[in-house]
Design a protein around this ligand. Structure first.
Ligand code: ZN
Length: 469
């Protein structure tokens, strides 16, 4: 069977990188108290947990759509599971927060402190996994014999070796964040010629990129009347304001379709997928939502008024497809790194024509990232119909580890959200901690600030979102 052969090849290739406990590594007192990885890792087979990251998803939109009966999958998961607000931290920036979610560590501990680092020559370099100084769940899980699959996490390039699983990094999608740039999937080299993007570690293992490649959707491909209708609710002719929706849908559709493929083919025990659309659609189309009460022309309202909500309906559909593909016995965690909100005080100023400034950028519109995102947990192991209070981004990793039967580290500031679990799950799995999961040698050094081939395009994207001056 092809799948079994591939899995065997995949699990057999660990053992020589930082993603695995290699022979001859310095053994520290701390490591001695870590649980020992199983000698025979559990093979892939059944997916036990889905982790869905929805950048910028907020209860503000979800609750209004739930009230209209519009999110059937989320509605079912919440009714039979756990919901709560997830407190983020300021400055509310996605790469540090997603890294906190994946590591359970503070920015200082994990080393991803903002969107980019400024090098000595003043060049801004978007963050990469090389700058990270704490171990993410995919590294720890795979070492402990829990197979993992990770799609598009921000940041996950260069894709790190995982002993037991696979990674499709955020840069596997050949970004082109400008309508007038070179053709999709290409770039200009130093001589100005147009060449195809080709660089290492877009995926782990490396050869997985060829399996991912056919799933790449370009923005040209989504600029079609039927997709425009899905995004905006009408078949209007494409215009400039639609372009941001086109690129983010192209990106998310790519990770969703390839994710469904890899999920059904590999069946890792933990499958994680990150989707950017709720954040990007909110940045560009929030003020058209009728509920936010901005003065918008009737034509624009008709065209864009539903764009944010439509993305949430798409995400709901994706969640349903992921669950159907993973199977009934799969638990699911859905989290966002922050919410989104209208800053009503600033809106009053803005409507009087005064200049406004907020964390989401200078000028622009008076709406931005909100401090609270979402937490949803449902399925085997999790409680039924419970609301968790006071959850934070620091609690996701300890909770995720507990669900997979591993103790959190004492150096993780968050807590296991005990009330999110079924009482007999907690009885069977007492809360335990070990001092740390970190390795002694994992220290930040300046040679980790290396340029990536997509840096300029990424900075351009961050500029259009108002994150970089
Ligand atoms: Zn975000």
């Amino acid at each position: 069977m092809i799948i079994a052969a591939f899995v065997a090849a995949l699990t057999g290739c660990g053992g020589n990188g930082r993603g695995s406990a290699a022979e001859g590594e310095p053994s520290t007192a701390v490591e001695a108290v870590r649980p020992k990885p199983p000698s025979n890792p559990t093979p892939d087979g059944e997916t036990e947990l889905l982790l869905v990251g929805l950048d910028g998803a907020t209860w503000h939109v979800i609750d209004s759509l739930l009230a209209q009966g519009n999110l059937p999958n989320l509605s079912r998961l919440i009714e039979t599971g756990v919901r709560g607000r997830l407190e983020s931290e300021r400055p509310i920036q996605s790469p540090p927060v997603w890294t906190t979610i994946a590591t359970g560590k503070t920015r200082e501990q994990h080393g991803i402190e903002t969107f980019f680092v400024v090098r000595d020559d003043d060049k801004k370099i978007p963050v990469t996994t090389r700058m990270r100084t704490a171990r993410p769940f995919w590294d720890i899980f795979s070492e402990m014999g829990i197979s993992v699959g990770v799609m598009g996490w921000w940041p996950s390039w260069p894709a790190e070796e995982v002993r037991n699983g696979f990674i499709i990094s955020d840069r596997a999608w050949p970004v082109r964040f400008s309508p007038n740039a070179v053709p999709y999937g290409t770039r200009r080299d130093e001589t100005g010629s147009v060449v195809e993007w080709d660089f290492e570690r877009r995926t782990w293992p490396e050869e997985l990129f060829e399996e991912f490649r056919p799933f790449i959707v370009t923005e040209e491909a989504v600029v079609r009347p039927e997709i425009t209708e899905q995004i905006f609710g009408s078949r209007a002719k494409p215009r400039q304001e639609m372009w941001n929706a086109y690129w983010v849908y192209a990106k998310d559709i790519t990770f969703v379709r390839s994710g469904l493929h890899f999920l059904s083919k590999r069946r890792p025990r933990v499958f994680a997928i990150y989707l950017e659309g709720a954040d990007v659609m909110s940045h560009y189309y929030w003020h058209y939502r009728p509920a936010e009460k901005f003065e918008i022309s009737p034509e624009d309202r008709a065209l864009f008024g539903d764009a944010v909500d439509r993305y949430y309906r798409y995400a709901d559909e994706v969640i349903g497809r992921l669950l159907r593909t993973a199977g009934e016995e799969t638990a699911i965690l859905i989290v966002s790194d922050h919410g989104f909100e209208t800053l009503w005080d600033l809106k009053v100023k803005w409507e009087r024509g005064e200049e406004i400034e907020h964390e989401g950028g200078k000028g622009g519109y008076p709406y931005t990232h909100a401090l609270h995102g979402i937490f949803i947990a449902s399925g085997p192991g999790f409680a039924n119909g419970v609301r968790v209070e006071g959850a934070s981004i620091y609690d996701v990793m300890p909770t995720l580890m507990h669900r997979m039967g591993l103790p959190a580290g004492e150096d993780m500031p968050g807590r296991v959200l005990k009330e999110a679990f079924e009482s007999n799950f907690i009885e069977r799995h007492p809360l335990e901690r070990i001092p740390t999961w970190e390795r002694a040698e994992q220290q930040k050094s300046t040679d980790t600030i290396v340029e990536g081939p997509m840096d300029d395009a990424i900075l351009e994207k961050l500029k259009t979102l108002g994150y970089v001056d």
